[in-house]
Design a protein around this ligand. Structure first.
Ligand code: 5GP
Length: 139
């Protein structure tokens, strides 16, 4: 497995060098909208610790990330009046990972609505901002 690379896009978001539509932040985690959402309201939760994925993260980092995932899943259900939530997390290229800073996908779901493609179309920035605001209002 390769070493953690400080130049990955999520490390740049954490350092404030790249913009994002921020949803939530605490001492250990940050949540922001996915720019290529698989469904309306799709966002990501990342640790602030520099870890590549679940394979090099220690248990505390995993626990912190998944505590935020659980908290924000309940928030997402409320914010979008969703019927369910899909949680996804990819590890290494063979596992489908594209960005090599650990992250968990939280995707609001509706009965009968299929999931869109992984890394499909880029969403309109205004739509991402509106959805981030909906999530923040439901916190
Ligand atoms: P994964 O590594 O989980 O397979 O895929 C990376 C995810 O990050 C994709 O869902 C993709 O849409 C998202 N993504 C890639 N680049 C950016 C970016 O610059 N900003 C944000 N907010 N999301 C990104």
């Amino acid at each position: 497995m390769s070493a953690y690379d400080d130049d990955n896009i999520f490390a740049k978001i954490l350092r404030g060098e790249m913009p994002c539509h921020r949803v939530y932040e605490d001492d250990h985690t940050l949540a922001f909208m996915d720019i290529m959402p698989r469904a309306d309201g799709h966002f990501l939760v990342i640790p602030k610790a520099p870890v590549r994925n679940i394979l090099d993260a220690d248990d505390t980092v995993v626990a912190n990330v998944y505590a935020t995932v659980a908290k924000l899943s309940r928030v997402a259900l409320k914010a979008f009046s969703a019927d369910g939530v899909t949680i996804q997390q990819f590890n290494e290229p063979a596992g489908g990972q594209v960005v090599f800073h650990m992250h968990v996908h939280v995707i609001p779901r509706f009965d009968g609505v299929r999931l869109g493609p992984h890394t499909g179309d880029m969403a309109d920035s205004a739509v991402l901002e509106r959805n981030a605001e909906k999530l923040k209002s439901a916190l």
